[in-house]
Ligand binder design. Structure first.
Ligand SMILES: N[C@@H](CCC(=O)N[C@@H](CS)C(=O)NCC(=O)O)C(=O)O
Length: 208
């Protein structure tokens, strides 16, 4: 059985689903479609929309948990309620605060420049860099304090946060910011060595 993932080939949330499929040993295939395409059938115009086990699913948290629960013995979700709450908190923080800031203020200007030939929107990047730097420091300090999401082994929080932060690291400003952190660079490197993450690398990661 192959899981069909509708969305762009380079997409943070498409990659989350790819990694979870890899972890669960499920075959998967991206059906390349832009966000907002009616073909995706997402009621809010987002991606991914996923076809698995005869179900059409949207919202990446629900897709990731379904695949992990139905096909991976929930190995990516801690059973301990406190650890589970930490995992859920970090996924929530990633989706509600980190992704919108990084995507709008840094990643998308580079994507539009590199893939759509638009001039690099340096004004937008400059405007958001202070907040981005502050947020990277916050994440790093939280990790130093209590291990944050890493305390329970590799979980769905690692999957979401890796995809969000790796996109940042692939920009020059993001790479420079992350390199100044204490824990983030090592955590990113550890994730990169995990087979599910290596197998789902974006084409852009091979460019340089
Ligand atoms: N809440 C959605 C968010 C997904 C999302 O933001 N996907 C991005 C691509 S990685 C997207 O659809 N962007 C297009 C847009 O926001 O217009 C989910 O968890 O699946």
């Amino acid at each position: 059985m192959s899981v069909l993932i509708h969305g762009p080939v380079i997409s943070t949330y498409v990659r989350v689903v790819q990694i979870v499929c890899e972890e669960a040993g499920l075959g998967h295939e991206v059906v390349p479609t832009p966000a907002h395409s009616p073909a995706n059938r997402h009621p809010f115009g987002k991606v991914p929309v996923v076809h698995v086990d005869g179900h059409e699913l949207y919202e990446t948290v629900s897709i990731a948990q379904y695949i992990d629960n139905a096909h991976n013995d929930a190995k990516l979700q801690p059973a301990d309620p406190v650890a589970r709450a930490a995992m859920d908190r970090w996924i929530g923080v990633g989706n509600a605060y980190l992704f919108p800031l990084f995507e709008h203020g840094l990643v998308m200007p580079h994507v539009m420049h590199n893939y759509a030939g638009q001039p690099l929107d340096t004004a937008r990047i400059e405007k958001h860099l202070p907040d981005i730097a502050k947020t990277l420091s916050f994440i790093d300090l939280e990790m130093q304090k209590d291990g944050a999401w890493t305390g329970s082994g590799f979980t769905l929080a690692d999957v979401f946060l890796y995809c969000i932060l790796r996109a940042v690291e692939l920009t020059p400003q993001g790479a420079a910011g992350i390199a100044q952190m204490q824990i983030l660079p090592n955590w990113l490197e550890d994730c990169r060595n995990r087979p599910s993450i290596a197998a789902s690398a974006w084409p852009a990661e091979f460019a340089g």
